[in-house]
Design a binder for this molecule. Sequence first.
Ligand SMILES: Nc1ncnc2c1ncn2[C@@H]1O[C@H](COP(=O)(O)OP(=O)(O)OP(=O)(O)O)[C@@H](O)[C@H]1O
Length: 578
Amino acid sequence: MYKTIVKSLRQYKKPSYLTMLFMALEVSTEIFIPFLMAKVLDKGLLTGDIQYVLKIGSLMFVIACLSMLFGVLGGKYSSDSAVGFSTNLRQDIYKNIQTFAFDNIDKYSSSSLITRLTTDISNIQMAFQMILKTIIRAPFMIVFAFIMAGYTNFKLALNILLVVPILGIVLIGLVYKVHPYFIKVFKKYDRLNRTVQENINGVRVVKSFVREEKEIERFKDSSEDIKRLFMKAEKIIALNSPVMQIAIYSTLLLVYWFGARYVVGGSMTTGELTSFITYMMQILNSLMMISMIFVMIVISEASVERVAEVLTEKASLTNPENAVTTIENGDIEFRNVQFKYNLLSEEADLDNINLTIRSGETIGIIGGTGSGKSTLIQLIPRLYDTTEGEVYVSGRNVKEYDLVTLRDQIAMVLQKNVLFSGTISENLRWGDQTASDEEIKRVAELAQADSFVEAFPDGYETQLDQGGTNVSGGQKQRLTIARALLKKPRILILDDSTSAVDTKTDAYIRRSFSQEIPNTTKIIVAQRISSIQDSDRIIVLNEGKIDGIGTHEELLGNNAIYKEVYESQVKGGTIIEE
Ligand SMILES: Nc1ncnc2c1ncn2[C@@H]1O[C@H](COP(=O)(O)OP(=O)(O)OP(=O)(O)O)[C@@H](O)[C@H]1O
């Protein structure tokens, strides 16, 4: 787990080593100061030898300056490496998320991915910086200070050893107790972020349903949950401090007790006792720092686990070796296809699908909600792989194609349309970066988008707000269709993508498809029969199975579901004849 994330250190390995080096140098210089201090006290001040005081005093000054310089350099390199490390980690996670297939994405909620990219990485950054600064400094300090203290008075130095086992036991107990709380805290952070994300994304819905108070309550609950868990964890961590204090003060008491006796007895000088006490404080301070590091490790361990999990997540769909990079035509075939989102569930989401579609055909798909329409079409560009059976495009198994080729040649307009901040033309160019202005205009005309785009004062250079919130639902749908058309695909799939477009415009779009892109296979998923009734063939889906295939007239004659939907829509006034 730690190995996984340390790989992201890359160019920051050198500053990390430099931090440790400078910290070691800082300790090696700092350690002489109490020793020299004792000399100044015993040989200079007590005997009135001012020359000696000045000589050793200047040496102390130089050493102190050096130690400070090393400390500052160590601090600088530690923050460089920690900030660089977290930047690399963030980029590596982001890069891996981009390789995710749909079912990898289903596994993590988007809010959890955001928490991992932000809060978790900040934790790791903080812990890493502290560890870098302490990992060499604290043990070096303990060893050096102990040697110097032992050199000054060995018997007295043994007292210091008393504190170590007490601390060890406390720290282990602490790690054991606190870790589960932090695992829980980050799950709660996911929930908090989900609340924020849903609320901000759906702020218009929240307002129209007057849910502000409820949403504030929901947010309050999530943040209170986090507070409660943190407080529980902090209570346990807080125990660390009194235990440390007791250990430190009892050792101090012992040292003062014995030290004073040695001084009175003449086996130790005042200067030696003073420097001894300084060494002891240095050792105890370092032990304190180690205990704080333990706490940091405990807090960040949960974050490391969560980050490593995303970093090592393997995309469930990969490019085949010797992938085929051309798709000859828009033929599609489903052979004995079964699909389950959850492999453990008994019921399949799609079952026994056998279907052949010829290049250039227009196919309508209709069925109740949850009948499997979106699932069926997502198997064609391999957004998911079949559980059983195979899907063929242009006579080849979709698994043989290069994924980029496949998804370029099969343009899919998803049910949830998304546009990005930027101009309209920038958004359309997602379909083809190199498209000329004329091509952009042509596809916009095909998708019946040109007239409303031209009506904007800035035309194709109109800025779209985030997610395209400054265009209407129907306009957004037409823009996403135009974006897909710019790919000049062999297969065009519209997943309920004209639901917000009025029936007349919808009919114009279909007419321009049949006139302008006759060789492209067109699959249109719709709830409105009027959107598909002129298709070459219509597929009726019911509970994941094909219930009927035929033309509008054929299905009216032989398919009960189709007939029922048609009649309900005619009675409901949805069918508008052209
Ligand atoms: N990402 C997913 N993870 C798990 N189950 C899913 C997922 N997407 C869809 N399902 C389930 O698969 C079944 C078919 O859903 P699908 O979205 O294909 O239906 P649909 O016919 O397109 O419905 P609608 O017209 O409402 O969009 C449903 O039971 C649905 O709950």
